[in-house]
Write a protein that binds this ligand. Structure first.
Ligand code: SAM
Ligand code: SF4
Length: 436
């Protein structure tokens, strides 16, 4: 049957205007988008995704770095360098001292938000260890928020971590396709598909309103998995009144010790752009996270069309910042430092943000959504981005770079509401962590 392009375009415009009104799309809308192939039509979709992102978050791009605590793992995910069957890998579990050392190193570069990442192993998966690390980093460094990407756990364990001040709990389903999931996760606790699928319900029951989801792109047909993730998100929204705070778009990378020579279902650069745009349109409030798995040029494009958070200067091995890379979890595609990424974002007319305010001010879950609907999150994000960039400029930039960033800030402050210059002055006088 020849598709009726006219009707498709008419329907497409309806879908795009729903997204611009910040409505969550139906599964029928999502499948319509996913099945579009015409590159010209995609240009229109990308442009809408860019506008939707602008409407929710403004021009700010949030920056963070991962901090790998351990590469010990009892699972054998066949695509991962940390898998138990990779007998050649050097194993390392950071002591609390070493974790603080890594966090201090990152803090000395200007980071305020870190994502703790760990394999699944009795030596680290017990929450005693994580509690110790989290307490020590908060107490002894300038890091303001710690997010966590760790294996699924019980409601009681989640409660303990929430009480320690973890921001987002992140866990990727990898694939929703059960036969593929079984093949990719042959042994260890992660082989239990149901335990992983229900993890967000347990995290939410324990009080986490900011949850981060994702599928590992390349394991199975991305169209199927992206639909499944959106369906899962919609079911959480229906049940709890809010869905994922963030969705990550990890694309399978080569890893030393991986059993996969190549992704079984390759995801092209163009596909990745489409995936980011589909998430942005389907779930307008969600933060979309792009990691340094992707090359610099592609990350630059992705932040223009819908991604709102990126990692920078990442190392994916425990003690990787202090000692350099050893056993990496996967190959990093963008090796630019935080400095370089900040400068690039500014040159693109966007605003690099080191803000951590929402998590600490209780703007999460349903409340975050309500504020977004009123257009308020964008206001918070914009001002806080400028305030944190001002702090960064004072504390970490010098010479020409300080001049360039200061001029950018003055231009932006002129466009912003009253009071920003005054707060800039307070920052120059030494006050820190000013936010709304
Ligand atoms: N061990 C925990 C788990 O598996 O949920 C959390 C940490 S694990 C290091 C974080 C994520 O890295 C996994 O959920 C997976 O999506 C991703 N990952 C693993 N191997 C990868 C690879 N070769 N390329 C890209 N991402 C990978
Ligand atoms: Fe372990 Fe996570 Fe790697 Fe699987 S993806 S082997 S659970 S670190």
């Amino acid at each position: 049957m020849v598709p009726d392009i006219k009707i498709d375009l008419h329907r497409l415009r309806d879908i795009l205007s729903k997204s611009l009104e910040l409505e969550t799309l139906s599964m029928r809308d999502v499948t319509t988008l996913i099945n579009i192939d015409d590159p010209e039509v995609w240009e229109e979709i990308f442009e809408t995704a860019r506008r939707v992102k602008e409407r929710v978050y403004g021009r700010r791009i949030v920056l963070f770095a991962p901090l790998y605590l351990s590469n010990r793992c009892v699972n054998n995910c066949i695509y991962c360098g940390f898998r138990s069957g990779n007998v050649g890998a050097k194993r390392k579990v950071l002591s609390i001292e070493e974790a603080v050392e890594e966090a201090s190193f990152l803090s000395s570069r200007g980071y305020k938000r870190l994502l703790l990442v760990t394999g699944e192993h009795p030596s680290v998966s017990g929450v005693d260890y994580l509690e110790g690390v989290i307490d020590a980093i908060y107490r002894r460094t300038d890091i303001r928020i710690l997010h966590l990407n760790a294996p699924p756990m019980s409601v009681d364990d989640f409660r303990r971590l929430k009480a320690r001040g973890v921001g987002v709990y992140q866990c990727f389903q990898e694939t929703y396709h059960l036969p593929t999931y079984r093949y990719m996760h042959p042994s260890g606790p992660k082989a239990d598909y149901e335990w992983r699928l229900s993890v967000m319900d347990r995290a939410i029951e324990a009080g986490f309103e900011d949850i981060g989801m994702g599928v590992l792109l390349g394991l199975y047909d991305w169209r199927w998995d992206v639909c499944a993730l959106i369906a899962h998100s919609r079911s959480l929204i229906k049940k709890y009144g809010f869905g994922p705070h963030t969705i990550s778009v990890p694309r399978l990378q080569p890893a030393q010790g991986s059993m996969l020579d190549a992704p079984p279902h390759p995801v092209s650069d163009e596909d990745l752009k489409r995936i980011v745009a589909i998430y942005r349109l389907a779930l307008p409030y969600v933060g979309i996270v792009v990691s340094t798995r992707e090359p610099a040029w592609l990350r630059d494009e992705l932040i223009m069309l819908g991604a709102s958070q990126i990692s920078a200067g990442s190392r994916t091995s425990p003690l990787g910042y202090v000692n350099g890379d050893d056993t990496e979890q996967f190959e990093v595609g963008d090796r630019r430092s935080l400095e370089e990424v900040i400068d690039r974002i500014v040159s693109m007319g966007l605003i690099p943000s080191l803000c951590t305010a929402c998590y600490r001010e209780g703007r999460s879950g349903e409340r975050f959504r309500e504020l977004s609907e009123k257009g308020l999150i964008k206001r918070f994000c914009h001002e806080n981005a400028l305030l944190t960039l001002k702090e960064y400029t004072e504390d970490y930039a010098d010479g020409d770079r300080k001049g360039y960033l200061s001029r950018f800030l003055v231009e932006e402050a002129r466009k912003a509401r009253n009071g920003l210059f005054e707060r800039f002055r307070e920052i120059e006088e030494g006050r820190r962590d000013i936010h709304i």
